[in-house]
Design a protein around this ligand. Structure first.
Ligand code: PLP
Length: 457
């Protein structure tokens, strides 16, 4: 029992967090973090017992849902055997994980194109950093082509490779050699095309950039397997195949960033499978351990791996192939299979799309919904005809007022999900049920009535 006038347990936790730790991507004053005590399935519970439907799977990583004891048990077993060895040692969990990954990666049965060797990293950004370094080592070229509307992580090279405006405050210190191209953003086509008049200007644009930059200087094209936090900007059919063809024409490597889109998120192990594309490397993280422990991976084709049979691989990290993270990942991969989660993601994705179609009829503020499997994003607009966004790209705090109210209403109703600019993300754990999707869409529908009030049409 606490004495009157003293802080509650929740208030004390929040106070210590705010007083002694720094929170990412925020002004430190005026934030109100939820103090999570426990989590199970698709729900988080705070210290006061309030339940939150986790409609974004943490940071789109807790694909198997929260609190799966199989992972806890696997981690404990590994720790009881050995918690850490340097990456120069072999361990059972590392080998087992590498072999399992080679069994699910693209290019199986395609000889040296098969992505069958993995360098383990500690997160998505370190997977991207190492992909960039490896592409440079392998090709002897320096430049990396990537998209403006893409986030590849917050470390020096990864942040510079992305075009996400979070890099702009430190823009004068960007890593050299990054070249950016426009996105195939069909809802707001940069070339003002409709699907009927589209000649894939988005691809010829990349080819022109390659020629301007000098094909001989370009090591890799880096693209998400399926777009995530930049607004789930879906690739038009054949887009990635055409990009693959450009890579082949100019001797450029294709790196698929499957940090967010990998491990069943889109209804396939890797999103590039949806496009019939085999990249030269996959950089991934998040769903590999479903967020239970930090881990990333850079998976490369046999052709690239063989190149380093007789050459030094100048890459390394203290926590590369951490045995406990590997053990967690092995168990998580088994859970995807045993619980049929990837098939469920595809099924629930279709169910979600039907539900959002109904919401569209009720809420004029919904301009677009782009979804693949369970990686989806609502685009909220003031006017469906002009597509004027409810909040602008990289808007200032005062331009976010309406969307901030939408976000606050969702939290109040008991939902955790991402609201960014005029986007509301929907990316729940792959274990979600129809009833839980209905529950989430009802909360979103209620919150969108706020934005409906600002529709000008
Ligand atoms: N790439 C993509 C597509 C991502 O969405 C993210 C993170 O959200 C990253 C890379 C960076 O991953 P991490 O935060 O684990 O470094």
């Amino acid at each position: 029992m606490r004495a009157p006038g003293t802080l509650s347990e929740t208030q004390e936790i929040v106070r210590d967090n705010l007083d002694y730790t720094l929170f990412s991507w925020s002004k430190q004053k005026g934030i109100h973090p939820i103090a999570v005590q426990r989590a199970e399935g698709v729900y988080l519970y705070d210290h006061d017992g309030k339940r939150y439907l986790d409609f974004s799977s943490g940071l789109v990583n807790v694909n198997i849902g929260h609190g799966n004891q199989r992972v806890t048990d696997a981690v404990i077993r590994q720790m009881q055997e050995v918690s850490y060895v340097t990456p120069s040692f072999a361990t059972r969990s590392r080998g087992e994980l590498g072999k399992m990954l080679a069994g699910i990666t693209p290019g199986r049965g395609q000889g040296q194109a098969h992505l069958n060797k993995t360098l383990f990293t500690v997160c998505g950004a370190t997977a991207i950093e190492n992909a960039i370094k490896l592409a440079r080592l392998y090709t002897g070229r320096h430049k990396i082509i990537a998209r403006y509307r893409a986030y590849h992580g917050s470390t020096y090279g990864a942040m510079s490779a992305g075009g996400d405006p979070r890099k702009l405050p430190s823009d004068s210190q960007q890593a050299p050699g990054m070249v950016h191209v426009e996105d195939p953003y069909c809802y707001r086509c940069p070339w003002n095309r409709e699907p009927s008049s589209c000649h894939r200007e988005c691809v010829s644009h990349i080819e022109r950039v390659i020629q301007f930059e000098g094909p001989g200087s370009i090591a890799a094209i880096l693209m998400e397997g399926e777009s995530g936090s930049s607004g789930c900007i879906k690739y038009p059919p054949d887009y990635l195949l055409k990009v693959r063809a450009l890579c082949d024409r100019y001797g450029i490597l294709l790196i698929a960033d499957e940090v967010m889109s990998g491990f069943g998120r889109t209804g396939k192990w890797f999103a590039c499978e949806l496009h019939g594309v085999v990249p030269d490397m996959i950089a991934t993280a998040k769903g590999i351990t479903a967020g239970y422990l930090p881990m990333g991976a850079l998976i490369v084709s046999e052709k690239i791996a063989r190149h380093f049979d007789d050459k030094v691989l100048w890459l390394g990290l203290t926590y590369s192939a951490h045995p406990v993270a590997c053990a967690a990942a092995v168990e998580v991969l088994k859970i995807y299979q045993d619980e049929g989660l990837i098939e469920n993601a595809a099924r629930m994705g279709r169910y979600l799309e039907e539900g959002v179609d109904r919401l569209r009829g009720e809420h004029p503020c919904i301009g677009d919904f782009r979804n693949t499997g369970l990686l989806g994003c609502l685009e909220i607009v003031k006017d469906r005809r002009t597509k004027e966004p409810m909040a602008p790209f990289n808007g200032k705090p005062e331009e976010m007022a309406v969307m901030n109210r939408v976000s606050a209403r969702l939290t109040e109703a008991g939902m955790h999900t991402f609201v960014r600019w005029n986007y509301v993300f929907i990316a729940p754990p792959l274990s979600i049920t129809r009833e839980q999707i209905d529950e989430g869409l009802a909360m979103i529908g209620d919150a969108l009535t706020i934005a409906d009030g600002y529709v000008t049409e």
